[in-house]
Write a protein that binds this ligand. Structure first.
Ligand code: AMP
Length: 395
């Protein structure tokens, strides 16, 4: 059987990220981004065979962008497209793994929309457009939450009255599951360990950030919760704050829920702390020039990350290794080194030459001899989604 091609689609409210993955090739055949959809500036960018190209979509929406994508995909795939994998942010408690999209699973995905009002409706837009344009192709939904459905109840319940959980689904779900699963599996391969008999801490550090404890191939705890706001300091998200902050701001400043939501999701994190930027690269440059806000933002980011990893270690029987991934985790020797400096009791030590060399997609161990493993593992959510799609086509 020739190697198969899967189109992976990740729809946001005004964007579509896509990648055409061939099961036998490490690099994407075609990849790109349609952005500012349904606005006059709507545009499609793509990369194929070393060439970059763009096309104005003139107000086009998700369906228009996918319709433009169709001939590009068919030509790049040589007419051989075997399925479509969709990233879906929230699968609630219903989805413990990826599923084939059919009328029943579509209903269930729609039913989880209240848990992710910003994300799931956008993901559904992409699924519905793709079903209309590619009706003959099998399509699969891969959920960010599914990997964390193995959390034990003592890790996923909040200490609030039980009815909120039973009747309204208020519990910790966790996100970035596709990434934590991919990198922990890769880490086991790289270390010559069986994934089914290994224990990892993983830190996915991008614009969104989360930690995860993975034991014997299963997520046992993770830092994000009911929504992707809980846990670490992120680009513009605050992560953990005192839950009374909402009431405090409402009472003392008269702020509305919408204003507070926007503050915590869009104006906080690295951006709020530094007063400068949500982008770690810019903050590292500013810190090197003595910027006080950038210096503080980086310190809080690393301390809170170390604290979260220490908390996650409660879920591990032993530590086979600590994994760094995501744009920051894969590229920032400074953040890796500062985080480990706050984890003294773990006896982790870096080989600073290996740490400095591990950037731009390089993978490898960065620990000193005698230290527990510390690995940089580039994430590849698109490939994992394609692999999950293929596994369901083969089932
Ligand atoms: P992601 O969401 O995974 O694409 O990650 C985005 C984050 O990675 C942003 O904060 C970037 O500034 C950060 N990043 C990318 N490259 C570097 C780098 N060389 N050094 C520090 N941070 C980086």
């Amino acid at each position: 059987m020739p190697a198969r091609n899967i189109l992976v689609i990740n729809c946001g409210s005004s964007s579509i990220k896509f990648a055409l993955v061939n099961e036998a090739q490490p690099d994407f055949i075609l990849s790109g981004l349609a952005e500012r959809l349904a606005s006059p500036e709507a545009v499609l960018h793509w990369q194929h065979a070393g060439n970059k190209d763009s096309l104005l979509l003139q107000g086009g929406d998700h369906r228009a962008a996918l319709a433009q994508l169709l001939p590009l995909v068919q030509s790049a795939a040589g007419g051989q497209l075997h399925g479509i994998g969709h990233r879906v942010v929230h699968g609630g408690e219903q989805f413990t793994s990826a599923c084939l999209i059919d009328p029943l699973s579509l209903l269930a995905i729609r039913a989880t929309a209240p848990l992710a009002p910003l994300h799931n409706p956008a993901n559904l837009l992409g699924i519905e457009a793709a079903l209309k344009l590619f009706p003959e192709l099998p399509q699969v939904a891969v959920f960010d939450t599914a990997f964390h459905q193995s959390l034990p109840e003592h890790a996923f319940r909040y200490a609030v009255p039980e009815a909120l959980y039973r009747e309204h689904g208020v519990r910790r779900y966790g996100f970035h599951g596709t990434s934590h699963r991919f990198v922990s599996q890769r880490a086991a391969e790289m270390s010559g360990l069986a994934f089914a008999d290994s224990s990892w801490l993983s830190a996915h550090l991008g614009n969104g950030c989360s930690t995860c404890a993975i034991v014997n191939g299963q997520s046992r705890d993770t830092s994000m919760g009911l929504t992707p706001l809980e846990g670490l300091v992120m680009g513009t998200r605050s992560g953990d704050v005192d839950p009374n902050l909402h009431g405090h701001l409402a009472r003392t400043l008269g702020w509305s829920l919408e204003r507070i939501d926007s503050l915590l999701n869009k104006e906080s994190g690295l951006l709020g702390l530094s007063g400068l930027s949500n982008d770690m690269r810019s903050l590292e440059q500013a810190r090197a020039q003595g910027h006080v806000g950038a210096t503080l933002a980086i310190e809080v980011f690393c301390y809170r990350l170390a604290k979260s990893l220490a908390a996650m270690s409660c879920a591990l029987p032993r530590l086979d290794g600590l994994i760094f991934t995501g744009g920051i985790g894969e590229n920032s020797p400074l953040i890796r080194s500062k985080t480990l400096a706050y984890l003294k009791l773990f006896n982790l030590a870096l080989d600073e030459t290996a740490n400095a060399a591990c950037t731009r997609g390089a993978a490898g161990p960065i620990h000193a001899p005698g230290s527990p493993r510390v690995l940089v593992v580039p994430t590849n959510e698109e490939r994992q989604i394609a692999l999950d799609t293929l596994a369901l086509l083969d089932a």
